[in-house]
Design a protein around this ligand. Sequence first.
Ligand code: SF4
Ligand code: MG
Length: 287
Amino acid sequence: MAKKKVRPKLRPKDYKSAVKPTWCPGCGDYGVLASLYQAMARLELDPANTLVVSGIGCSSRLPFFVRTYGFQTAHGRVLPVAIGAKIANPELTVIAVGGDGDGFSIGGGHLAHAVRRNPDITYVVMDNEVYGLTKGQTSPTSPLGFQTKSTPYGSSDAPINPMAWVLASGVSFAARGFSGNPKHVTDLIIEGIQHPGFAFVQTMSPCPTFNNTFDLWRDNIEDLPAGYEPNDRMQALTQAFRDDAIPVGLLYKELRPTLESHTRVAHHPLKSDTPDFDVRALLEIYR
Ligand code: SF4
Ligand code: MG
């Protein structure tokens, strides 16, 4: 009898592509990339069945450095492309990546709708509160008074709060980590990928070249309070709005029907034997 082929176990370095990262020395995105390699290895993701999608920006270069399928889309369009790929092939592990400018400014209109549709994808945002690729302008998360070449007298725009935004939009998984603690980020990415639904993982990932927040954030990062249970949206919002610290960890998680469960309908061109969609039956399953 022919022996069953066993896929050799992959190590983190096996997920590295031949393209070396081109980020500045000390960029926080290195920590997030290392976390992603670790997470992929621990989950034993099959590179041939994994897609990493990005938009435009420093962090959006990330798919080049990963040995899976990759797609760098137009600026701000990471989520529609990632969702389209997942609908076309629900078996694919889809990881969307990008920065605060790409995701919350030009791509901001997609965020709330991606969140509420709950596709089973993971969105890892590397938030450095600045536009790095274009040499340091204020981004949607830059603090008030932030001085850059584009705002020489300080930014007068209040920053958005991405965590509160996704929580208010109905996100089913929301976590935050710090790229200075890659082991923790690895755990959060793993939980995000395992979560059946849209997983938002905000990583505080400093840009030492244009907004070096490493020391500031290291001093302000704080674990969620002891005994915190990530099942209360209002409690998660309270954590998201804290201004005395940057709480990290899993803020919120719930199970509800995914977009794919809605789209696995009869007449699917690739899966004609799948059952008709019935939202009431689905809600019963998740109850
Ligand atoms: Fe990283 Fe900033 Fe350099 Fe971009 S400009 S690679 S975000 S350190
Ligand atoms: Mg940025």
